[in-house]
Design a protein around this ligand. Structure first.
Ligand SMILES: [Zn+2]
Length: 138
């Protein structure tokens, strides 16, 4: 085999390796919840928002609105406090809903996306395939 053939072979081998992508597997981290009386604290809320590639304040706003509950996100600790007894199951369900509507690209399934605010409209822009999807503002 000549050197050129060998290089070509190598090139072909490398081109078969799929590009690294986070699109397939996506799992929310296990929620670390603390219950204090009527309040629920999500201790690892910042980590969860980072996994979703969204600003924690934004994810918090979505949750508080959709769950119709009071609460606040503390930037210092990264904790989200909800002033209602929300179950783990409900929280997970709404976080998955958020991921489905505001993170995952409906065209190529990538989570390599960003949200853009254009006037009052909210658009999910995919960095992977370039698709744009208008989503419900919250
Ligand atoms: Zn896409």
């Amino acid at each position: 085999m000549s050197k050129t053939d060998y290089m070509r072979l190598l090139e072909r081998l490398y081109s078969k390796i799929p590009p690294r992508s986070e699109s397939g597997e996506f799992r929310l981290p296990e929620l670390e919840l603390i219950r204090i009386g009527e309040h629920v604290i999500v201790r690892n809320f910042r980590d969860i928002a980072e996994k979703l590639k969204r600003d924690p304040g934004l994810v918090a706003r979505y949750l508080l609105k959709e769950l119709a509950t009071g609460g606040s996100y503390d930037e210092g600790t990264g904790h989200l406090t909800l002033t209602a007894k929300i179950s783990r199951k409900t929280l997970e369900e709404f976080l998955q809903r958020f991921e489905k509507s505001y993170v995952r690209c409906p065209t190529c399934n990538s989570i390599d996306t960003r949200l853009e605010k254009r006037g009052k409209a909210l658009t999910l822009v995919c960095e992977a395939c370039g698709a744009e999807q208008s989503v419900k503002p919250f």
